[in-house]
Design a protein. Structure first.
Length: 191
């Protein structure tokens, strides 16, 4: 049990863009994204004795982690599924894509491109050697084990100048990324 927990998830996103000019003045842009994510640990309310606002926070954290677990299970099981089946004539029929429940929580929506598809993901699980924390440690290792079963086939995100969408005129462009919106995730930079 972490007595000094911040009781929140921390997500730090870095987007890296590199543009190369090719022969004839054509450009190719390579885009990469790095998400550094520190998830809050699940909390057993009986053990922590959380009440009031702390109980509500614990409920939201546990709900987000459960949703993330559901996404991990769905991605891992779709990685295990055969890519195609044979019909009665012996022809390959593509398998139906499995629904991945990314919309269950804000956490899974934010982490969607880090979990499935075109990404490399590294998961570090923090566990405790204390006997009292055995059940939490066991669950954390099972969670990490399921995540290890996800198979992705990432490719470089390269876009040529011709494939880029046209840039709108200055008067038609509106950006509100810097303005916080109600219900948006709070990302704090803590030491």
């Amino acid at each position: 049990l972490n007595a000094t927990s911040s009781r929140s998830h921390a997500i730090y996103m870095v987007r890296i863009t590199r543009t190369a000019v090719r022969e004839g003045g054509h450009t190719t842009t390579v885009v990469g994204k790095l998400n550094l994510v520190d998830l809050a640990g699940s909390e057993r309310v009986k053990r922590s004795g959380a009440k009031g606002a702390n109980l509500k926070e614990a409920s939201h954290i546990n709900s987000g982690l459960l949703s993330l677990g559901n996404v991990i299970v769905a991605l891992a099981s779709s990685s295990d599924a055969p890519p195609a089946k044979l019909d009665k004539d012996g022809k390959k029929v593509p398998a139906q894509p499995q629904h991945i429940p990314y919309r269950q929580s804000k956490l899974t929506r934010v982490l969607q491109d880090s979990l499935g598809g075109n990404s490399l993901t590294c998961l570090i699980a923090c566990v405790s050697p204390v006997d009292l924390d055995f059940e939490e440690t066991h669950n954390t290792l099972k969670y990490a084990g399921r995540a290890c079963k996800i198979f992705n086939a990432p490719v470089m995100n390269a876009v040529t100048e011709e494939e880029l969408p046209p840039i709108p005129p200055p008067g038609d462009f509106h950006c509100d990324y810097d303005r916080p919106r109600r219900g948006s995730l709070l990302v704090e930079n803590g030491d």
